[in-house]
Ligand binder design. Structure first.
Ligand code: GLN
Length: 548
């Protein structure tokens, strides 16, 4: 029988429920259990794919092309398992399924209601993940207990315990213990209220995770235990951690996984955390500073680039480097260049994005990094602006541009593919999910990947325009990775530059703390060399010796 852990949150959003759930996933996996994870999101959008990054942060793309919540990125990074679109369900997608069934007549004329129809659909999403190859499903319920939209989800997970049996379900509730300065005290009342709200909906938490700035005082746990009717040892504390990869170790020390495993009858299984402990040691030892600029459009909200930031950090852990990120608003690049302020950077990332705003700044940043030998990695839109830059400034095609920014320009070097031209429904219409690319022998990318065939995840509509490909190649922009049928450009690089690489994909999505995405590992290696005043060589990119 598959076991289910449900993680809910109280008091406020952004408490780190996703990190708590991910950390639990890692702890159970470290006992040899097969874990999968899921996020239920109470908002009405069918998926986050059409949401502005300012609203919801990054859209995380799964192998099968699901456009999902960024918490799935944490799940993948912590559990080292690739998830699918089934691991994220929103109120919108649940209603969409129920309404489609109603129109088909599946409900045989019955009145369609939140209970049982919506709740049944929610439960079926949970059950769908509980396949024969899984021991534990961890389901995080987004939002905060007490929200209007969360009610059907709370009701569904309450019913779920009755459906599958008490011994197969464990409820974890994450709350906040604030420190009130003037009183000089940590306060338990918000936790009490939030647990009361949860209990009023019929859910008695089995464990409470107290989030706090500093460690909570011993007396408070007992108080919360008594008032919330949760065993004292199951009231655990996750104070703010120095780095997020420490959280599994913190929760383990607090005994949370032990309590869960006792409940499920897994307590005989020994835990092996050596790999994770080694990772945390590496993170702490990564101290050589390296400065990376991210030239973006949504830089006020770093969550919009969450996986990029994590992938940069992973590259840093590999090289013992602490990545310091300079957030650079793309529209301000020209001013910064005038003041020569980008020169101090050791490397640049031009991340993905949509829309014309800031595009000229990104193109200028690409030019600057090319002319000044600054290591630069372009991701998706980043590859596109690098291509425009070479077309304009090396090939001399004045006005070269992407049709996304300028629909009728003289040189559309980046253009829509035919299949994308007449799209009106903006949901899920891009090139989404994992695609293979074959890499050119003796290219930088092949050396860094150590392979001639790679798989990365995509999310975009436009591509390099094949009418310009040979001219771009002649100008020195090597199209070093192509789709297997050679119709699409997947990677570009410059021959005479230490590291100037663009990819049409989003390799950041597959980066893991103990296995950095190769291009990020390469970028940080090149950036470190620059910070030491050396011209990066393939050896700095950590290329296996047989490929140097
Ligand atoms: N806007 C570009 C496209 O649709 C790039 C997308 C991206 O960077 N994810 O092709």
């Amino acid at each position: 029988m598959v076991k289910h852990i449900f993680v809910t949150g109280g008091v406020t959003s952004s408490l780190g429920k996703g990190l708590t759930a991910s950390s639990l996933g890692r702890l159970l996996k470290a006992r040899g259990l097969r874990v999968t994870m899921q996020k239920l999101d109470p908002y009405i959008n069918v998926d986050p794919g059409t949401m502005n990054p300012y609203e919801h942060g990054e859209v995380f793309v799964t192998d099968d092309g699901g456009e999902t919540d960024l918490d799935l990125g944490h799940y993948e990074r912590f559990t080292d398992e690739s998830l699918s679109r089934d691991s994220n369900a929103t109120t919108g997608s649940i209603y969409q399924a129920v309404l489609a069934a109603e129109r088909r007549g599946d409900y045989l004329g019955k009145t369609v209601q939140v209970i049982p129809h919506i709740t049944d659909e929610i439960k079926s999403r949970i059950t769908r993940l509980a396949g024969a190859d899984v021991d534990v499903v961890i389901t995080e319920v987004g939002g905060t207990v007490g929200d209007i939209e969360i009610l059907p989800f709370v009701e569904a997970i309450r019913q779920f315990r009755l459906d599958v049996g008490r011994q197969n379900v464990f409820y974890v509730h994450v709350t906040l213990v604030p420190f009130i300065g003037p009183a000089g005290e940590q306060k338990t009342k918000p936790t009490q209220h939030s647990v009361t709200e949860l209990r009023s909906r019929g859910i008695q938490p089995d464990a409470i995770v107290l989030r706090s700035e500093n460690a909570v005082e011993e007396g408070l746990r007992d108080k919360i235990s008594r008032l919330c009717d949760v065993e004292s040892r199951a009231v655990v504390n996750a104070a703010d951690a120095k780095n997020l990869y420490e959280i599994p170790l913190v929760l383990h020390e607090e005994g949370l996984d032990k309590i869960i495993c006792e409940h499920f009858g897994f307590d005989e299984m020994p835990i092996d955390l050596s790999e994770w402990e080694a990772l945390v040691e590496r993170v702490e030892a990564a101290t050589t500073p390296v400065r990376i600029g991210i030239i973006g459009k949504y830089v006020q909200l770093p969550d919009a680039y969450l996986s990029v930031v994590e992938a940069l950090k992973h590259g840093g852990y590999h090289h013992g480097a602490k990545v310091e990120i300079e957030w650079i608003q793309a529209e301000e690049v020209e001013g910064l260049l005038a003041e020569d302020r980008l020169r101090d950077l050791d490397g640049l990332v031009i991340p993905g994005g949509f829309g014309e705003r800031g595009s000229e700044g990104k193109i200028e940043a690409a030019r600057y990094s090319r002319e000044n030998n600054i290591p630069c990695l372009g991701l998706c839109l980043g590859l596109q602006v690098m291509t425009i830059e070479v077309a304009r400034n090396v090939l001399g095609l004045a006005g070269a541009n992407s049709t996304e920014f300028e629909p009728y320009g003289p040189h559309p070097v980046i253009d829509l593919m035919d299949a994308q031209r007449d799209v009106t429904d903006m949901g899920g219409t891009m090139r989404l999910g994992t695609y293979p690319a074959k890499l050119a022998d003796d290219s930088i990318v092949a050396a860094i990947y150590g392979s001639l065939l790679v798989y990365e995840r995509h999310r975009h509509r436009l591509e390099v325009n094949n009418d310009y490909r040979s001219r771009l190649e002649e100008a020195g922009l090597r199209c070093s990775g192509l789709s297997p049928d050679e119709r699409l450009v997947e990677f570009v690089e410059l021959r005479d530059h230490p590291f100037w690489v663009g990819t049409q994909a989003h390799p950041e999505l597959k980066s893991r703390p103990n296995r950095p995405a190769p291009l990020f590992r390469g970028l940080i290696g090149a950036a470190l060399a620059r910070s030491e005043g050396r011209n990066p060589h393939l050896i700095d990119l950590d290329v296996p010796s047989e490929h140097r």
